[in-house]
Design a binder for this molecule. Structure first.
Ligand SMILES: CC(C)(COP(=O)(O)OP(=O)(O)OC[C@H]1O[C@@H](n2cnc3c(N)ncnc32)[C@H](O)[C@@H]1OP(=O)(O)O)[C@@H](O)C(=O)NCCC(=O)NCCS
Length: 141
């Protein structure tokens, strides 16, 4: 995503070990992988905790931050939406909401709006938009 932001802003690509790139990698926490029928991975979504946190809950606790990517040739078929929903189901067991940072020029913002995220203020950097999606605990549904 850090590399994608550089492409959108016409800046040189950071290396794989750059702090911005490493900060977006999945932690041990939660990741969902979408496979095809032969078990080949098509895309993945995960949440992670960033310092400083993008958004906090009503008690001041950091909200998990969603990140995801689908292979270029596999986009536009609903895999991204399925990953968002799978992550939201998992996150609802532990958190009151999910957050994310999306580049203002990234068409992924449409997907996030369609899957229940709403703008919650400015995000990271000049072009970041913070979004959040409230979650309902499974036992409250
Ligand atoms: C964002 C991403 C994960 C969406 O995955 P996906 O499987 O294409 O998602 P879906 O098929 O469920 O939904 C498609 C939506 O994604 C958006 N999108 C972004 N890039 C797209 C692309 N190259 N092709 C098709 N849709 C794209 C579209 O706006 C589309 O929304 P719409 O149908 O309302 O127009 C994928 O485009 C991707 O990996 N992008 C590069 C990495 C990235 O930007 N990650 C998000 C960082 S915040």
């Amino acid at each position: 995503m850090a590399r994608l932001a550089c492409t959108l802003e016409d800046r040189p690509l950071p290396g794989p070990d750059a702090p911005d790139v490493v900060a977006l990698m999945p932690g041990p926490d939660a990741a969902v992988v979408a496979d095809d029928d032969d078990g080949r991975p098509l895309g993945a979504g995960w949440w992670h905790f960033h310092e400083p946190p993008l958004l906090r809950d009503a008690n001041g606790e950091p909200l998990p931050e969603l990140a995801m990517a689908v292979l270029e040739g596999q986009r536009g078929q609903g895999i991204g939406a399925a990953l968002v929903d799978a992550l939201a189901d998992e996150a609802a067991k532990r958190f009151s909401a999910l957050s994310l940072n999306v580049h203002i020029r990234n068409p992924a913002a449409r997907l996030y709006t369609r899957t229940g995220f709403r703008v919650a203020g400015s995000g990271r950097g000049w072009f970041g938009v913070a979004m959040t999606r409230p979650l309902q605990a499974p036992d409250a549904r």
